[in-house]
Ligand binder design. Structure first.
Ligand SMILES: *Cc1c(COP(=O)(O)O)cnc(C)c1O
Length: 400
């Protein structure tokens, strides 16, 4: 019989050390709960970085996945399948989009959108060849490919991986004036997270997205919202842009688009930007496959039908109010929207990792981001009682 330490040893010996996971070896999940190989139960307050919004192993998605897997999994886009068009229709109806391009990982959706806006710049806006610029923000997180880490400002993510793709300008997050000044005649797009997730749940000043929306409009610059983490109910709305009453030109979704079953991402287009792509110019063997589409359709359906978004709004408000009541000299700030929450610790509290490790021993799984921030983002099906259960543990570790 293998003991949990044996699994960890295998990972450490045979795997690349590109992650530093908590030493908990999970083998089962249901809703907000997961179990380790010794049968210990934990409340999952990370939800796979918001890919498990619908809860672990949602029975409807399981059923759909099994049925579709027995029928047809992959056709490649060389042929058509009976799931892709239906997924397009359902996404467009839900998000008021005009066109969809399906990919697999979030990073692939980001790469896709960069290609699309560059092509749009050359063919529609009239930018001279190879001069297109995309503006992004400091402390962004958009994925891990060479192009994407090239415009990261996190040294850990980029150092040692150059040379990088040119054509990006970096401005401060939350500063609409900085955007206005950075725009040049060659600017094709501005890409931003409505709330910066990996940076530590950083919420921009009120009115920022509205200002950004109008600056982009005025300058014929495409507004790309990366909602891979903020989207699909996480912040208490289907898309975080709704909090500001705006519509992007292009939106990226991923993560919870499959309820955590399978990598599915998509570029949603409100204008005809995606219309610039012609056959042969972009693709993916697995993108838009019938298994992915069936799973994504089920994941979206349960999100809506089971009122998970409304629950995220209500439970997020409750969780935030409970966190704000915490009296601890370790806490610098508590912030969040919906069920995307963070507790930032004062530097004297030491590394947030010490707290997430303690929380693990008490049955609560969450992850530090950077040195001093604990992120809390349970599946959207979490109940008040489960939040109370989590709060008891959080109170314990933050007691001073
Ligand atoms: C997770 C994430 C990505 C990258 O998604 P992967 O599926 O890991 O490639 C991109 N943007 C944001 C905002 C994310 O949170």
């Amino acid at each position: 019989m293998m003991d949990y330490k044996d699994y960890i040893k295998l990972e450490e010996e045979l795997g690349a050390h590109n992650y530093k996971p908590l030493d908990v070896v999970l083998n089962r999940g249901k809703g907000v709960w997961v179990w380790d190989v010794d049968g210990n139960k934990y409340l999952d307050c990370l939800a796979a970085y918001s890919a498990i919004n619908q809860g672990h192993c949602h029975p409807e998605i399981v059923k759909t996945m099994v049925e579709q897997a027995q029928r047809l999994t992959l056709t490649s886009r060389a042929f058509r399948n009976d799931q892709l068009g239906l997924l397009y229709k359902e996404i467009c109806d839900l998000t008021n989009s005009h066109k969809v391009l399906p990919m697999n990982s979030g990073a692939e959706a980001v790469e896709t959108v960069i290609k699309a806006v560059r092509k749009w710049g050359y063919t529609i806006k009239g930018v001279p060849a190879d001069k297109a610029e995309v503006i992004v923000c400091e402390n962004n997180f958009h994925g891990r490919t060479i192009t994407i880490v090239g415009f990261s400002t996190d040294e850990n993510s980029k150092s040692g991986f150059g040379p990088f793709t040119p054509g990006f300008k970096i401005i401060p997050f939350g500063d609409a004036d900085a955007l206005e000044s950075a725009i040049s005649p060659n600017t094709v797009a501005f890409m931003v997270e409505p709330i910066q997730g990996e940076a530590g749940v950083i919420i921009p000043p009120k009115g920022y997205l509205k200002d950004v929306r109008s600056i982009c409009q005025k300058n014929n610059v495409i507004l790309i919202l990366d909602e891979i983490q903020t989207g699909l109910g996480r912040t208490g709305k289907l898309l975080a842009e709704e909090h500001d009453g705006i519509e992007s030109d292009l939106t990226l979704i991923g993560k919870a688009l499959s309820g955590g079953f399978y990598p599915v991402s998509a570029v949603l287009s409100n204008k005809e930007v995606l219309g610039v792509l012609n056959p042969g110019e972009h693709g993916s063997t697995f993108g838009g496959n019938p298994l992915a589409c069936a799973v994504a359709r089920a994941a979206l359906r349960v999100l809506i039908e089971e009122h998970m978004i409304e629950n995220a709004a209500a439970m997020g408000e409750y969780f935030l109010s409970r966190l704000l009541e915490l009296k601890s000299s370790y806490i610098k700030e508590v912030r969040g929207k919906g069920l995307m929450l963070a507790v930032e610790l004062v530097p004297e509290a030491g590394n947030a990792r010490n707290f997430t490790e303690k929380l693990m021993t008490l049955g609560l799984l969450c992850k530090e981001t950077h040195e001093h921030t604990i992120r809390l983002a349970p599946p959207l099906v979490v109940t008040r009682e489960e939040i109370d259960w989590a709060m008891e543990r959080i109170e314990t570790v933050l007691a001073t």
